[in-house]
Write a protein that binds this ligand. Structure first.
Ligand code: NAD
Length: 317
């Protein structure tokens, strides 16, 4: 049985990845310092005989054994990384470096979870992996965008210098159960607002577009990127290509929640990208990956999960 380490495993995507790896028969060590994650997300996995959990900051050295490391630890939402800018920089730079060193010494496989934000406010649509991006290096999002870019650089140098079996995945907007309600991301915001019949807040005029990927599709892509042959040294975009305006998402969520919420327009956020849509031709070709969950199906599952959480959540404005 392969031993897999998932950093950030108590977070939104990490918890789904841990569950999927256990299902696939791997032994999983989830490492998380709970900066933005929660033990609640891994509660259903706690009694699994091949699951273990270590509360640990990955920017400081610690011992573990692994055949493969999925490095997902990092605040991921604008609220998360703007509240913890230095922690974000450190986990994607120093944390990545330490984990790469561990992978090198143990000859383990490595996957770095990067982001579509590596493309910044893109001037090219859709974004292909060979697009270098349009990033503001000193803006409020730079702690995330630039540290992810440095994490990518480190990963590629370990691949080039030491032939480490490492790859990078650029994740585009992902949604689903276990995401935080109050992290400022579009889908959790809209759903929690609609479930309470409160106004849905749109920053800007709502014409900016997003494409959203359901978490099980994304996790399937992560697993393929790690374990399929000919993926070392490669970068893959993973995301859904179905692009819609923020206003259309708001209207759909109001409809699915059967809410009576109005829509409230607030000033747009600094450096918020106008458009974002992945080109996933490479993931389709090399990984045989495709998203399957429709927007309506994914949103229904997510709404169902949030509606169960709502009584425990502090109310969202
Ligand atoms: N959710 C998305 O739409 C999205 C989009 C692009 C990229 N990503 C990337 O995917 C990864 C997971 O994102 P998520 O949405 O699950 O976010 P999340 O905040 O739910 O999960 C991140 C986890 O990392 C943990 N963490 C942070 N710093 C740590 C440290 N120093 N040591 C140990 N653990 C630490 C947090 O406690 C949290 O559990 C991140 O690297 C993020 O940048 C996510």
């Amino acid at each position: 049985m392969k031993r897999i380490v998932v950093t950030g495993g108590a977070g939104f995507i990490g918890s789904h990845l841990c569950a999927r790896l256990l299902e696939d028969g791997y032994s999983v060590l989830c490492v998380d310092n709970l900066l933005t994650g929660s033990e609640r997300n891994i509660e259903p996995l706690r009694n699994h005989p091949h699951f273990s959990y270590l509360q640990q900051d990955v920017t400081v050295p610690f011992d573990f054994e692994a055949d493969a490391i999925f490095h997902l630890a990092s605040p991921a939402s604008p609220v998360g990384y703007m509240e913890h800018p230095l922690e974000t920089i450190m986990v994607n730079s120093q944390g990545t470096y330490r984990l790469l060193e561990q992978a090198r010494s143990q000859k383990a496989m490595f996957l770095f979870a990067s982001t579509s934000e590596a493309y910044g406010d893109p001037l090219v649509h859709p974004q292909r992996e060979d697009y270098w991006g349009n990033v503001n290096p000193i803006g409020p999002r730079a702690c995330y965008d630039e540290s992810k870019r440095l994490g990518e650089t480190l990963t590629m140098e370990f691949y080039r210098q030491f032939q480490l079996n490492a790859r990078i995945v650029r994740i585009f907007n992902t949604y689903g159960p276990n995401s935080q309600a109050d992290d400022g991301r579009m889908i959790p915001n809209f759903i929690t607002q609609a479930l309470q019949n409160k106004p849905l807040t749109i920053y800007g005029d709502g014409s900016q577009t997003r494409s959203i990927c359901y978490v099980s599709d994304l996790v399937d892509g992560l697993v393929r990127a790690m374990f399929q042959p000919n993926t070392a040294g490669e970068v893959f975009n993973l995301g859904n290509t179905d692009e819609q305006s923020v206003l259309e998402y708001a209207q759909l969520i109001i409809q699915l929640c059967q809410a009576s919420s109005p829509i409230l327009f607030e000033p747009e956020r600094i450096d918020d990208p106008e458009r974002r849509r992945p080109d996933i031709a490479k993931a389709q070709r090399v990984l045989g990956w495709q998203f399957h969950v429709s927007k309506e199906e994914g949103l229904r599952k997510t709404i169902e999960w949030f509606s169960k959480q709502l009584p425990h959540l502090t109310t969202i404005a």
